[in-house]
Design a binder for this molecule. Structure first.
Ligand code: ADP
Length: 160
């Protein structure tokens, strides 16, 4: 049974990410969420915070392991002896970018397969950027993220 990595920035993890991770556990015996640590990219939450939130959000799903990684995902695949990348596909807008990434990764590491999973329909339009905007403007993010994320937003924006 191949090992699957689920890479992302998770800035922050949402119910959409959780939905995909849980679906992946139904297909693969080992699923590892990989939090991208790219110091050159600006993220709202630090890598440490993002990893902590992913771990807390997935505490009820112990079959999903959580690690952070800085570098090419194909190198992470090699290190973890994994062959599958899980990605979530929402609307058609995700497709072009994901298509490019999947081919690029397979060109860099033959045998690296990307498996796309679709979330529950209620999460199709959910993304981390929108959640951050809502929190910044003082809206309630409870419908979109678990309590561990909401609490961290509240610490940064007391009105949220
Ligand atoms: P990246 O910066 O690598 O796109 P993200 O954390 O934004 O990282 O997303 C990681 C993966 O989770 C991507 O495949 C993305 O399409 C997927 N994803 C994010 N939100 C959702 C959602 N609401 N439904 C399904 N998949 C999602």
């Amino acid at each position: 049974m191949p090992v699957a990595l689920y890479p992302g920035t998770f800035d922050p993890i949402t119910f959409g990410h959780i939905d995909i991770a849980v679906r992946a556990t139904k297909i693969f015996s080992r699923v590892i969420a990989v939090v991208a640590e790219n110091p050159a990219k600006h993220h709202f939450f630090s890598a440490q915070e993002r990893v902590a939130m992913v771990k807390e959000a997935l505490v009820g799903h112990p079959s999903v392991e959580v690690i952070s990684y800085s570098g090419l995902i194909v190198n992470c695949l090699r290190e973890q002896k994994a062959t599958v990348l899980i990605r979530g596909l929402r609307a058609i807008s995700d497709f072009e970018y994901e298509f490019q990434m999947a081919f690029t990764n397979r060109n860099m590491l033959s045998g690296a397969e990307t498996v796309f999973l679709m979330p529950s329909a209620k999460y199709v339009y959910l993304n981390s950027t929108m959640v951050k905007e809502i929190a910044k403007l003082g809206g309630d993010v409870a419908p979109f993220v678990p309590e561990c994320v909401r609490a961290r937003f509240r610490a940064k924006f007391p009105a949220a």
